[in-house]
Design a protein around this ligand. Structure first.
Ligand code: ADP
Length: 641
């Protein structure tokens, strides 16, 4: 074994040893005489102040004037304030920091200690130790800045940041304090952590604290519920990081309030449920489809209708139940909508589970995002089968109605043409018929000379036939005139008693021919009414003539007149064949003759009552019939006063 031989200290020259130590020291060492002149400087000091000892000596100034003359602010640095000077004069050891100035004028911080040297009660000078602390200061500053940055970051963070140690809160930032409902962090610091954790989550939190203390690693993000000072509950997203507090194990917690997000999520969930409920409770078949058109949601109504499992219908499976005649166009339109985003609208037939195809109206609309991209299609399908068939039926009915209306129009035109023909023909017939009547009358009266006895019955027969013909022509003309709206009443006060008496007198020969008794015994001698006397006379003639015509030989006819219902009532009662109830309405219709035992024998046009009723109606009155078959009829004519 070799032993290293170390020389004993006393073997060194004490001075040389001292110099070696000082020359190799990393701190600057300066020795000054009582006049503050530098007498010694080690190399480290020379490096710090930027001058060699010789240079300093040449300057021949107190060191203060070399390294201390100006403050960084630019003002003079009085020697009285110089720590070295103070140390020299006041026998005070100075230790602190100061700022020196280099020959080039730049400033630098130094750590400085100055002590005066005494020997035998005599002041020898001072020894000054300096160290350039520029780097230290810089890193100190950097630390301060970084701490400040961190502090600001933590305090201004919108997330809650807290540190807990030993089960108590030791730090919480402003956001955290606000979130927990405190007016400042002081209110919370020192409080037990568990006070702020919702009871449902306490066990979980304890578990996590244990885990971090073992693993010394941050936890994954979790959702927890916290309790605020006011008892309110908030949802938080929390991450926990191992940390330390005054050297002890602590946990830093970064938490974000997700109450609003949770509420929004709950609201979305609720609204989704509501929509789903709606979709499932409505009668329509609804679906949603992806932007590419494949169906991704179907309500259960599809299954009820098609009998197919929903999985068979989704994507493009729905094509199977579309009527083959509608499928091609459906797909073309759907693809067009998918390409353009235009709404889909189409009527087509869907096959029901029992095989019946029913008409549906299919509609779909695209939902877009903020950029205008399609994100979803929403579609509904409504069964319009019954409606559509109803509409088709309605359309058919409409067609039929328009046919009928057309036919009616034609009938009216025909009716008019017929009326015109009747009117024209009657006029043309009347003149020759009246001529025949005149000439026959003249022959019968002997104006044309004597007529053989055996010719007379024929001539009379011809005369009566001609009479009937004229009556029919007159009836036709009257009806044509009333139908054309050409009848204008010329009303004036007339005595109806006299009018009826006149009619009866005129028709007396007919009554006696039929051996009928006509009773007319009005109590008042006169009854007046405002009427068109000519037309009123023809109406009553017709009714009285009918009473006679439709009453067998030997029976009686009774005519009465009296005031009634604010007017006058004329009644013509016979003991004739009567009219069946169901025929009563018909007798007022044009060309209507109701068959009865006398109708063939007496003949007629079926126009008399039609015309009479219209004339009475023009007077504002009515004609009523009370009749019993085989017993007789009563015709009541009411005329308002
Ligand atoms: P007509 O020229 O045929 O008598 P009317 O218009 O005067 O035409 O009468 C219509 C029909 O009403 C008659 O054909 C007859 O059948 C019936 N009728 C009218 N008056 C009487 C009556 N007093 N008794 C029974 N039937 C009558």
């Amino acid at each position: 074994m070799h032993s290293l031989s170390v020389p004993e200290p006393h073997l060194f020259d004490q001075d040389r040893l001292m110099h070696a130590v000082m020359d190799n020291a990393s701190n600057g060492l300066i020795i000054m005489n009582p006049y503050s002149r530098c007498v010694y400087m080690n190399p480290a000091a020379g490096q710090i102040i930027g001058l060699t000892l010789d240079e300093v000596k040449t300057l021949d100034k107190p060191l203060h004037d070399i390294v201390h003359h100006t403050t960084p602010e630019g003002g003079p640095y009085p020697i009285e304030d110089c720590p070295n000077y103070i140390a020299l004069r006041q026998n005070k050891r100075y230790q602190g920091e100061d700022i020196f100035v280099r020959p080039d004028g730049t400033f630098y911080p130094v750590s400085l200690s100055a002590t005066r040297i005494m020997e035998d009660g005599q002041l020898l000078g001072t020894v000054v130790e300096i160290r350039d602390i520029t780097e230290e200061k810089r890193s100190q500053q950097a630390l301060i800045e970084s701490e400040e940055r961190y502090r600001r970051l933590v305090n201004l963070s919108p997330d809650a940041i807290a540190v807990h140690a030993g089960g108590k809160l030791v730090f919480i930032n402003e956001a955290g304090a606000r979130l927990m409902g405190a007016s400042s962090a002081d209110e919370l610091i020192g409080q037990p952590l568990m006070q702020f954790v919702h009871p449902d989550y306490r066990e979980l939190v304890i578990e996590r604290i244990k885990k971090i203390s073992v693993t010394n690693k941050p936890t994954e993000m979790v959702e927890e519920k916290f309790v605020r000072l006011d008892g309110g509950i908030i949802d938080m997203e929390v991450i926990s990081i191992p940390s330390s507090d005054k050297g002890a194990f602590a946990i830093q917690v970064v938490a974000r309030d997700i109450t609003a997000r949770k509420q929004a999520e709950a609201a979305i969930k609720e609204s989704e449920e509501r929509l789903r409920f709606m979709a499932e409770s409505m009668p329509q078949k609804v679906f949603t489809a992806k932007p590419d058109g494949s169906v991704d949601y179907l309500n259960p109504q599809w299954f009820d209708y098609t009998g197919l499992p929903l999985t068979d219908i989704q994507d493009w499976g729905w094509k199977t139940f579309i009527h083959p005649d509608d499928l091609e166009e459906n797909i073309a339109r759907w693809k067009h909508s998918i390409d353009t985003g235009e709404p889909f609208n189409f009527e087509n037939r869907f096959r029901r589970h029992d095989g019946e195809y029913r008409w549906h109206i299919s509609r779909a609309h695209a939902m877009h995002d903020n950029q205008g991209n399609i994100i979803k299609w929403f579609g509904s399908n409504t069964d319009i089968h019954d409606l559509k068939l109803g509409m088709q039926r309605e359309h058919r009915l409409e067609l039929q109605n328009s046919h009928l209306a057309e036919q009616r129009k034609q009938l009216i035109t025909l009716g008019k043409a017929k009326d015109e023909f009747i009117s024209l023909a009657s006029h043309q017939l009347r003149t020759p018929a009246t001529g025949v009547k005149q000439y026959l009358g003249m022959v019968l009266e002997g104006i044309a000379g004597d007529t053989a006895e055996q010719q007379l019955p024929y001539l009379k027969q011809a005369y009566e036939s001609n009479e009937r013909q004229i009556k029919i022509i007159n009836d036709l003309l009257r009806v044509a005139s009333i139908d054309a709206g050409k009848v204008i009443l010329h009303k004036q006060r007339a005595d109806l008693v006299a009018l009826i008496k006149g009619i009866i007198a005129e028709q007396a020969s007919k009554f006696s021919e039929r051996q009928q008794k006509v009773l007319f015994e009005p109590t008042p001698r006169t009854i007046f009414a405002v009427v068109d006397a000519g037309n009123m006379r023809m109406v009553l003639e017709n009714i009285i003539d009918n009473a006679s015509k439709y009453t067998p030989t030997g029976k009686a006819i009774e005519v009465t007149i009296g005031k009634a219902k604010g007017g006058v009532c004329i009644r013509v009662k016979d003991e004739g064949v009567g009219i069946a109830q169901e025929d009563i309405e018909k007798v007022f219709q044009k060309f209507t003759r109701v068959d009865n035992p006398l109708s063939v024998q007496v003949g007629g046009s079926g126009l008399g009552l039609y015309w009479a009723e219209k004339i009475i109606r023009l007077h504002g009155g009515t004609i009523e019939i009370d009749s019993e078959e085989g017993v007789g009829s009563t015709f009541s004519v009411h005329i308002p006063a």
